[in-house]
Write a protein that binds this ligand. Structure first.
Ligand SMILES: [Zn+2]
Length: 275
């Protein structure tokens, strides 16, 4: 599993709901973060090989969110993988920091050989329910449609239901709430299972200790909260390794549950053995 860094974006305390501002400041301070939040929260994407295919989970922000993000393609090349070699892109949800990197600045497919996979529920919402959207959500609908245009035009866009395997060996997991079709991906290897999530947590510093804290951008705050609680429970029971789009780069580790509190334990860097 290789984490490919797309950049960093601000996750602001003022966008967090469900706790008093004082409590949120306190939780941030415990993580040595300023009261404003984490202004340089990572945007991670995940690359791996399975069943002879090269798979990318999420595509970064592309040109949607300014120069702090959108570095996936250069970092992918630095990791020795040309974008043409990617066979499948699994998208966790259609927010721009996860999907707009599917297209170049000119609107071409950034991954010309790839099929893009997305939950049917997210596709239904972001591609078909645009008329009722306002403000930032209207902009997200436009970005979502643009990101998928070249793939849909070439028949390289595919949707799935939760529990299905969009790529053999990779099972989609229901994490809806943050968006109507927000998905995780469960990957098996070396006797362990790794759950990759998109926006189940924006600020692990706050939301691991206060998982009821929801974000402004959540489509459905109670749903997002319920999904986070449910998946944390499942991770605790099953001992899954976790990879998160906004966990600190490289964003892979475990969660230690002790005395009712959860703590992030990043996987240590280890030398890469080249085959
Ligand atoms: Zn995100």
């Amino acid at each position: 599993m290789t984490t490919v860094y797309d950049g960093a974006l601000p996750i602001l305390a003022t966008d967090m709901h469900g706790e008093s501002p004082e409590r949120i400041s306190e939780l941030l301070a415990d993580g040595f973060l300023p009261p404003e939040g984490d202004l340089l929260t990572a945007v991670n994407t995940f690359l791996f090989r399975t069943g002879g295919r090269t798979v990318l989970v999420d595509a970064g922000a592309g040109t949607s969110l300014g120069p702090g993000t959108g570095h996936l393609l250069e970092n992918l090349r630095a990791a020795g993988v040309s974008p043409e070699l990617v066979d499948d892109v699994l998208i966790t949800h259609l927010h721009p920091d996860h999907a707009f990197g599917l297209v170049t600045a000119g609107g071409e497919a950034a991954f010309p050989s790839a099929t893009v996979h997305l939950s049917a529920l997210d596709a239904q919402h972001w591609l078909n329910d645009a008329a009722a959207a306002e403000g930032v959500h209207a902009q997200i609908h436009r970005w979502a449609a643009q990101a998928l245009t070249p793939y849909r035009a070439r028949g390289r866009f595919s949707t799935f239901a939760y529990g299905e395997q969009p790529v053999r060996g990779v099972t989609s997991v229901d994490l809806h709430g943050h968006t109507p079709g927000h998905s995780g991906y469960l990957v098996s290897g070396d006797g362990e299972r790794l759950l990759l999530w998109g926006d189940t947590m924006h600020s692990h510093t706050v939301q691991l200790r206060a998982p009821h804290v929801a974000m402004d951008i959540d489509s459905d705050r109670p749903g997002a909260r319920a999904a986070r609680m449910r998946i944390l429970d499942e991770i605790r029971m099953r001992g899954w390794v976790v990879g998160g789009a906004h966990l600190p780069f490289p964003g892979i580790g475990r969660i230690r549950f002790r005395q009712g509190e959860a703590r992030w334990v990043p996987a240590p860097y280890r030398p890469l053995e080249c085959a």
